[in-house]
Design a protein around this ligand. Sequence first.
Ligand SMILES: Nc1ncnc2c1ncn2[C@@H]1O[C@H](COP(=O)(O)OP(=O)(O)OP(=O)(O)O)[C@@H](O)[C@H]1O
Length: 866
Amino acid sequence: MAIDTRPPTARNAPSTPKRVRSVAATVDFPERSSTPTRSPRPASSLGLRAGTPSQQQPTKIRAAITAESRIRKKSSSLHFSPARAPNGCRSATSSPLSSPSKTATAKLLPLFPLADFESSLVDWTTVEDGDVSIEVEEEQFWLGAGSKDKVLVSVRLKPAEEGEPSAWTNERSGVVQLQQQYARAGAPNPEHHYDNVLIGSENKPIYNAAAKSHVRAAMEGYNAVVFAYGQTASGKTFTLSGSETEPGIIPRAMKDVFTYIRNTPDREFLLRASYLEIYKEQIHDLLSPSSAVGAAGGLPLQDNGVVPGLREEVVMSVKGLKEVLERGEANRRTASTDWNARSSRSHSVFRLVIESREAGSADSVDVPPSPSIGGVPMTPGGSRLQAKGGRSVRTSTLSLIDLAGSERATSDKERTNEGKYINQSLLTLGTVIGTLAENASKSKKDFVPFRNSKLTKLLQPSLSGNARISVVCTLNPSPASVPESTSTLQFASRVKKVHLNATRKEIVDTDALIERYRNEIEELKARLAEREREVTAPKAKRRLSAREKIDENKAMNDLSSRIKQLTRLILTQNNVGDPEGESRPASPSKLDFDIPPFQLQEQLLSAKRTIESQANQILSLEASLSARPLLPHDAPETEKDRLIDELRRTVKELEIVTRGYEDNLGAPLRQVKEDVEKEWKPKVEAMEETLEDKSSYIKELEMALEREKQMRVKVEEEKIALVGFVREIDCHINSSRAGLLTPFNSGPDLNSFRPALFPLSETQPTTGSTRLTRIPALQKKASVAPLTETVSLTKSQSRSRPSNILEEDEVEFLIGNLSLGETDASFAELPAPASPTRLPVPVSPIRPSAATPVSVEDKENVPIAM
Ligand SMILES: Nc1ncnc2c1ncn2[C@@H]1O[C@H](COP(=O)(O)OP(=O)(O)OP(=O)(O)O)[C@@H](O)[C@H]1O
């Protein structure tokens, strides 16, 4: 194909396009050809302009589309909106053909009979993520996304800077052409046809057109490669990585990977991510930049494209993948050049290895049971595979590559040096692609110089045919960049001719990580079940000591946590995380109660270590920030740029680490706090209430005890006093018996005992025991009732009742107690009076018993009750 490579009329000037321009203002719709030979495939079928005539086949795609999409589809398809192309992009220039007119619509309609038109159209730009599902029939899907055995080639034209002209036009779908005024006079100005030609700042259309089908292919077991190729500052990184508001191919692909897993109930997946860069012909691990392997001299590269020692991380969620990407990107070498403030100085390769196998093992929950023939279950992979002792595993690789941009020598020596390596490797890539294209078109087998550069050596397995390849060639619209853009288009045209033959391999691969993990899970489960059986067996229960039981418990817990850990790595429809990665980590507060303390301690320790290491990282980054060298004012601009760039990287790293710190510490801690509070607050409140009740009860008891103690002391004193008193009385009685009856008042002075016996306090009641023991003791010893004395005890008592009167029932009670043994013995056992006011007082006449002889003298002394 002849391409006009006439030098541009304008001088080459550094292009610093940064601003993303709005595309809404002057948008016009890509025209549809009215030529009958053109493909009837509508431009909107892939959200972009149709490709070359040979590729424009009517496509019938049965994709799940939302109701909303259907409405949009109808309106956008039937009434061509002048304001917006269905791919969200716009033409580079306005064209009479592009303006929607009744004539244009009328011309088009006969090409699309309504019935077919309806069923053939799926506006892919309106199909939301997740709408692309396994319902799409594979063959038809591929027809829509480019031929399987060809490289899918898309050209992306960056919007021109405001006020600047664009050197290129995109007047028809899949066609790009140099504006006539920039073409060499007299030389032909050919149209360039590609699968897709897109212009605009939206990344979704380019993803849908150039990458979506390849991501899907990778999920289905084919190796797939998507790479961006183009001059420096033409938009490769913008296409691959995008920006915050316009995520590029890589983040969109990652989201689709998880959407695919969620929509595929019959398979389970394991994903491994790696990220490397080729800088000055050396391979560096972006996920482990400081690793000993490859630090000096870079990582080794094998002929099969394998990089031994490259760090691969198993990812389980979009969030995890995002973290891996961010970490890698922060380590990428970028620098400010004359053309791009943040130019990639290396080729970067993000790789996702996808292992998958049929679900359906006992451990895969919610998966329908595998079919059986004659009662014999069919195992995935068939009996031959089963005999070999494994399941068939599909392993594929999705590689997303952002190449460094070709560039001319810059004003900076170091950049120029880097540029040499970049250009050299891109040149080799061009040669390799050229040879492959030649071989394919002329059925030759010429030697392909893959080994001439690290990049081509790494891509060899894919470029040799065993991968589906999509290339996005990015163009800078500036007239100053016409030579570079022309060269990029030449590359695009050549790569289109490369023949592919990607096959899907499904083999019993016992080395596949998914297989190893699954086997380990099975093994661990069997061991756990066996242990459980042993422990719960009645014999064992008796035999195990407490210590052994603890050990046994620990071993079983270890086993089950390892099983849980491994199970989480294998992704199924059920356990794959939220595509946004918003799912919160399970709160340890819930798990912790079930696991033994030693495990808790271990977890705590490892969490502490992580936090410590992150804290250290933050410290060292902060230190490096504060220790940044200060440049003199007259330092060269490049030095300043270098320093700024380094600082920017450090800040970015700091941001990532801090975010990780927050993720590791902040969010889970807050979550734990919330969970613990929710679970324990009511319990703690209830316990506090109980505690309060108990404390007041204890106080009451203490007070009662104190009172009791005081009482005992008093009783003791009374007892002692009483004993003394009784002795005195005894002496008195004895001497009376001896005929020396003395008047009572000459006997012991009862008042001398009063303090101990009856406190004079008017309010204090006298205990019944005091009252009762006093009289029986007297009478028992006297065995008659000689007492005429009136024991006036208290003033109040004597006031309330005649002091020498006892109530009749009291008297009887007293008599009954006379027969009791020693006074002291009965002392404590005597009941208290019913009322403290009925106090013991004077001795009342005691009826003599029959057995008791009563003398005349005795009778005379008996007082008369009143
Ligand atoms: N399609 C686009 N729409 C709007 N802005 C764009 C577009 N493509 C690129 N840009 C802007 O142009 C600038 C350069 O783009 P980018 O860094 O992606 O170029 P590159 O090809 O990767 O350059 P290099 O090879 O030097 O790394 C960035 O500021 C980017 O935001």
